[in-house]
Ligand binder design. Structure first.
Ligand SMILES: [Zn+2]
Length: 278
């Protein structure tokens, strides 16, 4: 049995407030992965090049495409450019390889998994929630919860639309037990701790600012720091190694992307819907 629970955190979209988020995380000794687009076509600002480099010195930095366009709305060749250019431009800024990718809006199809892999990324994160296990494909890393006051009905809707029900039902049960969204998050953390799983929190800094949730996030991270040991607070890239270890240990195959045909990825013929609701 794996024993100790792990904690990982994702911060999406590269808003300048990510620097405030970084300070908060460092005050608790918590690691996180920041997924940065080079610009945001929705009009929200993004970090300067200097700030991106500053973040990368203390945290894992992954790519979130070039301009944060939802891949499922693009032609195959446009999606490819968003993925490849986002990686190259970010690497040029940082002067180092970027291994992780996150699908904007959690929206993607089978084609996009192939493209992300072909671009040279080693893993990709989704917005699937209510997962505390490590048995996921490399290009579909799930999460546990967003730090956001979602209603119960949103949890239920997402539960239905995002599939993998067997692996998510315990977390759904824990999260629906409480009316208050913050109590739900604590219940999910209780579950991950009890089962020795991973709690993967994600958020947007701009949401925390708009909803004035900094104090609540501070309190939540404070609890994480009390209950999850320093070595168990990990970057998302570390979850990949842990995930492979789990798959080997129980004899199951990483369904990941070993066997898929990457030659046809630009043809845009793949129709299998894989997008996550958000
Ligand atoms: Zn995003």
């Amino acid at each position: 049995m794996s024993a100790l629970p792990r904690f990982s955190m994702s911060v999406d979209d590269g808003h300048p407030l990510d620097l405030r988020m970084a300070d908060l995380l460092q005050s608790h000794g918590i690691k996180a992965t920041f997924y940065l687009p080079m610009m945001n076509q929705e009009g929200t600002p993004v970090l300067s090049s200097a700030s991106m480099r500053e973040l990368a010195q203390a945290f894992e930095v992954g790519s979130h495409t070039r301009s944060h366009r939802f891949l499922n709305t693009l032609h195959g060749s446009e999606a490819w450019r968003e993925i490849v250019d986002g990686k190259q431009q970010l690497q040029d800024q940082l002067g180092e390889e970027v291994a992780g990718f996150c699908y904007p809006g959690g929206r993607y199809q089978y084609l996009h998994k192939l493209q992300v892999r072909s671009a040279g990324f080693r893993y990709a994160r989704t917005t699937q929630n209510l997962r505390i296990d490590l048995e996921f494909p490399l290009f579909e890393m799930p999460t546990t919860a967003q730090f956001y006051p979602h209603t119960r009905s949103v949890f239920l809707r997402n539960f239905i639309s995002q599939r993998h029900w067997g692996k998510r039902s315990a977390a759904l049960g824990a999260s629906l037990a409480a009316e208050d969204w913050l109590i739900r998050l604590h219940a999910l953390l209780d579950l991950a701790i009890a089962q020795g799983g991973v709690f993967h929190l994600w958020c947007h800094s701009i949401d925390i600012e708009k909803l004035q949730l900094w104090d609540q996030l501070d309190a939540f991270l404070s609890r994480v720091a009390r209950q999850i040991g320093t070595e168990q607070r990990v970057y998302n890239r570390d979850l990949i190694a842990a995930s492979a270890a789990v798959s080997t240990a129980d004899g199951s195959q990483q369904s990941a992307v070993k066997e898929i045909n990457v030659n046809a990825f630009q043809a845009g013929e793949f129709k299998r819907e894989e997008s996550d609701a958000n």
